[in-house]
Design a protein. Structure first.
Length: 259
């Protein structure tokens, strides 16, 4: 785990934050995770910032978002073809395929389970260069009351397999071949029931992360709690974007390239 050199098609490759307060977001995530930022002007669309940790790319950040939130991207070979296939499988296309700086191409869909996700051909920048370390992205989780529909959609689109996980809350895992690519769960009473792909970041200490997030102006939505593979907390940044901070030193993590 750690440094990544490639992302196979059908695996998550990128996360970025849409916000209405880029300076505030930089102060918050820089203080919480130690990120530094490179700003890339994108004309009338404002500025897209590359977030770095230890000099390596870990996420993106952009202003002008209508609703602050974290987005997830899945690598595909052909965005246009994948978008049409997603439509055939019942997805709504929220953003038709478009070219990005650097030669990439992206589209955004809403899956039949109700969650938005982006399809991406990254080109020059293949995705996050550092994962599964303190301050870096580590996991994507589908939150939906209809996990069965979600599982069927992603099986048809990417060939993912799903397996139910026994417990008090309906949970599932998603795999592509031997790679663990993400998970899913039905929303619990204390969380927002809106279908979504949630984003988790790896931290050394969930309690410390919650305390630091509060100090930086964020809100702890779910206090740190133990899970079989570690401990986690759910936090929102000062603008309201929600994410998970997970300390799971001995647990299963999202696979990337099989290493």
């Amino acid at each position: 785990m750690g440094q990544v050199e490639r992302y196979p098609d059908g695996t998550f490759c990128w996360v970025d934050l849409g916000t209405n307060d880029a300076p505030g977001a930089k102060a918050f995530y820089g203080g919480l995770f130690g990120w530094e930022f490179d700003d890339l002007p994108t004309g009338d669309k404002g500025t897209y910032s590359i977030c770095r940790l230890k000099g390596r790319v870990v996420a993106g950040l952009y202003d002008q978002a209508e609703q602050p939130g974290w987005g997830s991207y899945i690598k595909v070979e052909d965005v246009d073809r994948a978008t049409e296939r997603a439509r055939e499988l019942g997805a709504a296309v929220l953003v038709e395929p478009f070219d990005t700086p650097g030669g990439g191409r992206v589209a955004t869909i809403r899956d039949p389970a109700g969650a938005a996700v982006s399809l991406s051909v990254p080109r020059e920048s293949f995705g996050a260069e550092l994962v599964n370390e303190h301050g870096a992205w580590t996991w994507n989780e589908l939150v939906s009351a209809d996990l069965e529909t979600g599982a069927g959609f992603y099986r048809g689109l990417f060939g993912w397999a799903s397996a139910d996980i026994p417990g008090a809350v309906a949970r599932t895992s998603f795999t592509l071949g031997e790679l663990l690519v993400g998970g899913g769960h039905a929303s619990v009473p204390q969380e927002d029931p809106t279908p979504r792909w949630s984003v988790s970041f790896w931290v050394a200490d969930a309690d410390q992360a919650a305390a630091e997030a509060r100090k930086l102006g964020g809100t702890v939505l779910l206090p740190p709690m133990d899970i079989p593979i570690g401990r986690f907390t759910v936090v929102s940044d000062p603008a309201g974007a929600v994410f998970t901070a997970a300390a799971v030193p001995g647990g299963a993590v999202r696979g990337v390239d099989g290493s």
